[in-house]
Design a protein around this ligand. Structure first.
Ligand SMILES: [Fe+2]
Ligand SMILES: [Fe+2]
Length: 372
């Protein structure tokens, strides 16, 4: 008689279970990239060494550097300087027959708080995506200096995820789920077999987007805790973009035209997709308003007031993205494939704006605060 019963195996053994069968609160992702360990410990990339040293000295502490005892009044937070979205909502409430026509000030404020929560929720989910992507880069990039740097970034992104989650939880209330657009964008990066695509999609596209979105919120808020949180997060993000530019500029020097074209198409796809970001239906659902009913009135309000909710944010995004992409050599490869396409979309005016590989020091609010 066998002392130990043989373990039953099946063709299913080792296969990942479906996320839904494990727990609703998790998501399973299969990464198709190969991990790389290196025995070359020489510090060969001086600019990455400088950036890594900078990252270590500019780390901040989410518990002691931010004053979590600050009283936050959500109503004041959203009414002080209404966001472009809220300006539109207020204008739509003045149009007869609009589903918002009888809304009181109180209801408008409630909507403002919901939009703020929705915004911060996407920041939080995006930060977790950034944490996962940075960890993927640690595992898949071949260079030791880049592995070191990406490790500090993983810690930065953990802190960012944590502070946005804490701000939402302690100051504003229940978070929103990850939006389908952001979800699709980040999952594609985490699954991709090419290590540089995780870099390109996260460090160049999403981080440039984040810098613009955080900057936009920072300009509109006087709330001291949120202001400091955003300034500190942006200080880290600017370094992350610089990390992407320095690494990819080197890697792309040696790619073939066909390989570069793949990267150019990736950029085009990701920027055009960004331009057509849809209105947040989940906010309207929570407010008990039909999206289909309210949308035509929001469009009408946009036409009448000339307010476009994403205009200033889009400008900020492309003002970062275009010069950063120029530094990678992706504008002009393949007979200027990307230059032509972005030119037609009116984006080339930003070509010579400051790129983040050189201006990241200007963002370092942590060093500035410590110096004063
Ligand atoms: Fe971040
Ligand atoms: Fe980042």
């Amino acid at each position: 008689m066998a002392l130990v019963e043989p373990v039953e195996t099946s063709s299913e053994a080792g296969a990942l279970p479906d996320a839904a069968t494990v727990d609703e609160s998790i998501r399973l992702i299969t990464d198709n990239a190969t991990r790389i360990m290196t025995w070359k410990y020489d510090r060969e990339r001086e600019q990455l060494v400088t950036l890594y040293n900078k990252a270590m000295s500019s780390q901040w502490n989410s518990v002691t550097d931010l004053d979590w005892a600050t009283e936050v009044d959500p109503e004041r937070l959203v009414n002080e300087q209404p966001s472009p979205t809220m300006q539109l909502v207020a204008a739509a409430a003045k149009i007869p027959n609009s589903p918002l026509a009888n809304w009181s000030e109180k209801e408008l404020t409630t909507a403002g708080i919901e939009f703020m929560k929705a915004n911060l929720s996407q920041f939080m989910h995006g930060e977790q995506g950034a944490m996962m992507t940075a960890a993927k880069i640690v595992e898949t990039v071949p260079w030791i200096d880049a592995k070191y740097y990406a490790s500090t970034q993983t810690m930065d992104e953990a802190r960012h995820t944590e502070v946005f989650a804490k701000y939402l939880h302690e100051k504003l209330g229940e978070a929103y789920p990850m939006s389908p657009t952001l979800d699709a964008q980040i999952m594609a990066l985490l699954e991709d077999s090419r290590w540089d695509i995780a870099y390109l999609g996260m460090q160049i596209v999403i981080e440039s987007l984040a810098l613009a979105a955080f900057g936009d919120m920072l300009r509109r808020t006087n709330e001291p805790l949120l202001r400091k949180l955003l300034r500190y997060v942006m200080a880290d993000e600017a370094r992350h973009v610089a990390f992407g530019i320095l690494s990819l500029a080197e890697y792309y020097e040696n790619l073939s035209s066909a390989e570069l074209l793949e990267r150019q198409e990736f950029m085009l796809e990701n920027t055009i997709r960004q331009r057509s970001r849809s209105t947040t239906p989940e906010v309207w659902e929570r407010l008990d308003v039909s999206v289909d009913a309210v949308l035509p009135f929001l469009h009408q309000a946009a036409e009448e007031t000339g307010v476009h909710p994403t205009a200033s944010f889009q400008r900020g995004f492309f003002a970062k993205l275009v010069p950063n992409t120029r530094r990678l050599g992706l504008l002009d490869a393949n007979d200027g494939y990307l230059r032509k396409a972005w030119g037609e979309a009116g984006l080339m005016e930003f070509e010579f704006a400051d790129d983040t590989a050189t201006d990241y020091d200007a963002y370092d609010a942590v060093a500035q605060d410590r110096a004063s």
